[in-house]
Design a protein. Structure first.
Length: 136
């Protein structure tokens, strides 16, 4: 708190305390700086993620569980025509556990290619999915 003498001097000489530097103003300033820093970090991560996206994409067209230890898959892979593309396919059981995995390769040539493969599993799968794709 300010003493009566200090407030008299303030009134006499026209000095005002800046609200931004009192404890409440300082808290608000630090909170605003923290929010701005958080927004900047999120924007930087988003920009980095967009620039790091792969030139290869894979999409599951179909899968067929043909036996307790086999799943046939067909996927479409898009990639640069002069490069090899590799997509990792996973087969999962009814508990969503991975029971089989296979790296499916599309040779250079066409940019869009339909690829068929057979994934061997250690037990019966109920679903197959494309996990990730990359250039090989």
């Amino acid at each position: 708190m300010t003493s009566p003498e200090t407030s008299d001097l303030d009134a006499r000489y026209g000095r005002r305390t800046s609200r931004i530097w009192d404890s409440a103003g300082r808290r608000n300033l630090l909170a605003a700086a923290g929010v701005l820093l958080l927004i900047a970090i999120v924007a930087a991560v988003f920009a980095w993620n967009q620039s790091a996206k792969s030139d290869v994409s894979g999409r599951m067209l179909s899968y067929d569980v043909v036996a307790d230890d086999t799943v046939k898959v067909q996927l479409e892979m898009r990639k640069p025509s002069d490069q090899v593309g590799i997509c990792t396919v996973q087969a999962k059981n009814k508990y969503a556990e991975v029971v089989g995995s296979l790296d499916v390769t599309a040779p250079s040539g066409r940019s869009a290619r339909t690829v068929a493969a057979t994934v061997r599993t250690r037990e019966r799968a109920v679903v197959a999915q494309v996990l990730a794709c990359r250039l090989g």
